[in-house]
Write a protein that binds this ligand. Structure first.
Ligand SMILES: N[C@@H](CCC(=O)N[C@@H](CSS)C(=O)NCC(=O)O)C(=O)O
Ligand SMILES: [Fe+2]
Length: 247
């Protein structure tokens, strides 16, 4: 008889975490890892930053398992296609609801496991139909993608966006987490890196205390944002998780 393989996560031990920034699209990429085994995932890598990411991964001694997308981005091409060409066995991940091609499709309630650590998957549609947020195993942080931004949120005017769905996603899936949970978004346009969820519940000008669903729908109707410059190349590429079209 051979014993099975197990691991112990010491109480209070923090997950390995590194936040990286792409100036061109103001995108945050996240490296998360198990400090004991160094098994790791990368969340929302950007194609033009893959060499930087690989250097980080090497210097931290990480074994990258998955490249996880929060959604099919409209403003930049995901790095998951390029990373597949650089790391043997590396697999791309995106939501089933995105309709995108990937090695692995996931949905609400699923867990992404690396070593003895994990993030759990919450469906947070509204910015796009397939948007997901990822909650750390100890609920110390949540990666909100473009669903909840610091003092803002993702736009809801294209790619199957819906202000009603986004409002409901934030209130039912994100604002139900503890106040101490740290929000790490996929973008910030003002140099902010994180926020306490409790502060967003209170003061987010679109979704915080006192803002009703109809207030929110009105706010989103009047954002008047210009379309992302790279949308026409980014969306088709991201529907293949960044793998070049061979047809
Ligand atoms: N100017 C940028 C695009 C800016 C933009 O539209 N950002 C998106 C997230 S990327 S899909 C968004 O949801 N913004 C919400 C907001 O309130 O700013 C470009 O040309 O790429
Ligand atoms: Fe987006």
């Amino acid at each position: 008889m051979t014993a099975g393989k197990g691991s112990i996560v010491k109480a209070g031990e923090a997950m390995g975490f590194k936040q990286l920034f792409d100036d061109d699209s103001s995108t945050y990429t996240y490296l998360l890892w198990d400090p004991s085994t160094k098994d790791a995932i990368i969340v929302d890598p950007v194609d033009i930053q893959v060499d930087r990411d690989l250097k980080e991964i090497e210097s931290l001694g990480l074994n990258l398992v998955y490249g996880v997308n929060t959604h099919a981005h409209a403003d930049h091409i995901t790095g998951t296609g390029l990373l597949k060409t650089k790391i043997d066995g590396f697999q791309s991940v995106i939501s089933d609801a995105s309709g995108a091609k990937a090695d692995i499709k996931i949905g609400p309630g699923d867990k992404i496991v690396f070593g003895s650590r994990s993030i759990s998957v919450r469906a947070t549609p509204g910015h796009t139909e397939g948007c997901l947020s990822y909650v750390a195993d100890d609920e110390s942080f949540v990666l909100t993608g473009d669903t909840l931004l610091i003092q803002g949120c993702g736009r809801t005017d294209f790619q199957g966006g819906s202000a009603e769905k986004l409002y409901n996603s934030v209130h039912s899936q994100l604002f139900t987490l503890p106040d101490e949970t740290i929000v790490y978004p996929a973008h910030d346009y003002k140099g902010r890196t994180s926020a306490k969820l409790g502060d967003e519940k209170k003061t987010n000008p679109r979704l915080g205390e006192g803002k009703t669903e109809s207030d929110f729908v009105e706010i989103m109707k009047n954002l008047n944002l210009s379309y992302p410059k790279k949308i026409d190349v980014a969306v088709p590429a991201n529907m293949r998780c960044g793998v070049p079209d061979v047809e």
